[in-house]
Design a protein around this ligand. Sequence first.
Ligand code: FNR
Length: 368
Amino acid sequence: MADVRRLARRRAPRVVFDYVDGAAEGELSTARAAEAFAGVEFRPHVLRDVSRVDTGTEILGRRVAMPVVLGPTGFTRMMHPAGERAVARAAARAGVPYALSTMGTTSARDVAAAAPGGWNWFQLYVVRDRGRVREWLRQAREAGMDVLVVTVDVPVAGGRLRDVRNGMTMPPSLRWGGLAQAMTRPAWWFGFLTGEPLRFATVEGAPDDLAGITNLMFDPAVTLRDLEWIRAEWGGRLLVKGVQRVDDAEELVAAGVDGLVVSNHGGRQLDRSPTPLELLPEVAAAVGDRTEVFLDGGVRSGADVAAAVALGARACLVGRAYLYGLMAGGEAGVDRVLAMLRGELVRTLALLGASGVDGLDADVVRLR
Ligand code: FNR
């Protein structure tokens, strides 16, 4: 994955790479997520028959090829012109779900048409205009998306200092230094200039900087009552993404959600927020018998996926991992990242003495 990330850095302009790679404030949460995964020690069983290893599992009652979900990410066509369509196709081929973001640059209908065999989800940011929310839910439903992921850790935009320094705007308005650097990425420019104009599929008439869009659009007054309204409007399965405390998890389960994502948005929102992998066991112990608990933040390998599942996750969402693949090599890059995650998961399971994902439990890991 480090090599894929390096290749991504070489292919995409710095302003784009930094938008993906960066995080909020001092980027402490992102660094801690990586440290947490590094601190996992496996406790393998030997002399187990692992001649056949199956990475398949069930998420929300449906079979998937491995416990991985391609998480929602905004502006995906900026990373590569193939954008969300490429990601959805790669997910469908790999047999894992993909969640389209509210901040996506491809409509729900176009994503569904690009990957008709895939399991596509929709991620919702609750904006002030509830009519717009209702319209997005309708479009997602019509596109066959049957799981809604409501992200709740963005009452206001995070302070992403790399973006501020780079003048990261929509579309990008680079300063001279950034522009000069971007000139050294002609293939990216060619794709950017010859592709469909980069448009935010969902926001009209918004200011052109990221924090401005976020603060104008996203409703900082959203509470549990709004979630109940969304649940009623949606009528299908609903996950809440951005859970960072056990008591909030309890409250959400009592409110009837179908699943929770223990997540701090990849460290892109509140810096110094709890490290998801460290919080996961507590949340899983408290509500894991009543709901499906997912994790994201810092998942970069199949061994990381195995660690998270062993510590209580039903599956992991990944963000940057597939975006590095997309920047490095378009659709083939996302395919490659998914193949790597799967290959590493197979190898980790075999070396752990587990022939399947159900062999991943608290007994096979220790936090150093
Ligand atoms: C995100 N993330 C995100 N989450 C969300 O709910 N809606 C969104 O629009 C976005 N946009 C977005 C853009 C980019 C460039 C990144 C990297 C991330 C957060 C994402 O879904 C997920 O929580 C994190 O990416 C998980 O951490 P890792 O896997 O990137 O370490």
